[in-house]
Design a protein. Structure first.
Length: 246
């Protein structure tokens, strides 16, 4: 019973954090490790279990997604390609070098998001539905990273989108939620077919992460754009530190 409540709490909090900023993996993944699951089993189980939370985030952002169908669709195709590469890397290679780079990637993305208003003036961005070619390269890399290691995926994707899309941060975050769901969906298919998923643990975390996803979008909507950016940056830097110390 204690383990059940522990996983439910981890799933709920991970869903909230993923909807707000990304980084919920750093809550649910250690929870699985603490219960004795091996590293690879914990990784793939966590990826499958958090999928409903990403779905909850997208459903919660329905209003902000209006008028962005073309943008979200094109970027989702790019994210699928990146996620296929990332999933394959996780299942087929040791990836020790990449793992050592992860904390630095998340920290860089967090600092870039903090400096986003100034960086966007330097590199430019699109003010309408058209998107810069650079955003596709960034989303591909974000999809690859997110499928390989989910922690901080939201921060990476939001940084890329925020740099190259001129739009309200809440609308950009809604597109980020869609891309996170797309990357997670690819991971779920790959890991369900070829990974050692612990389905009992996933069945406990999944509904809790769905509820957390709904709650997280409501909290994000209440925040002014500057506050939301600050929350995402703080989560991202916290994730980077946690990964570096892991």
């Amino acid at each position: 019973m204690t383990d059940l409540l522990f996983l439910l709490g981890a799933g709920l909090l991970a869903g909230v954090v993923n909807a707000l900023a990304g980084g919920g993996t750093l809550i649910s993944f250690p929870a699985l490790l603490a219960l004795g699951y091996p590293g690879l089993t914990a990784t793939v189980t966590n990826a499958v279990a958090l999928w409903p939370g990403y779905l909850g985030g997208v459903l919660g952002y329905r209003a902000e997604l209006k008028g962005q169908r073309r943008r979200a669709t094109l970027l989702s195709i790019t994210a699928v390609l990146g996620a296929c590469v990332g999933s394959s890397l996780l299942l087929l290679t040791p990836g020790k070098l990449f793992e050592s780079m992860v904390p630095w990637l998340v920290a860089f993305a967090s600092l870039a998001l903090f400096a986003q208003p100034w960086l966007r003036k330097l590199i430019g961005g699109e003010a309408d539905e058209r998107t810069s070619p650079m955003v596709y390269a960034g989303v591909f890399a974000g999809g690859c990273y997110g499928a390989y290691f989910n922690g901080g995926m939201g921060v990476v994707l939001l940084t890329v989108l925020g740099l190259f899309l001129h739009d309200n941060l809440h609308r950009v975050n809604a597109v980020r939620a869609v891309l996170s769901l797309v990357v997670s969906s690819v991971s779920v298919v790959a890991f369900s077919l070829f990974g050692p998923v612990e389905w009992r643990a996933a069945a406990v975390i999944a509904p809790a992460s769905l509820a957390g996803g709904f709650l997280g979008t409501r909290l994000a909507r209440l925040m002014p754009a500057k506050v939301l950016r600050g929350v995402v940056v703080a989560f991202g830097l916290g994730v980077a530190v946690a990964l570096a110390l892991h």
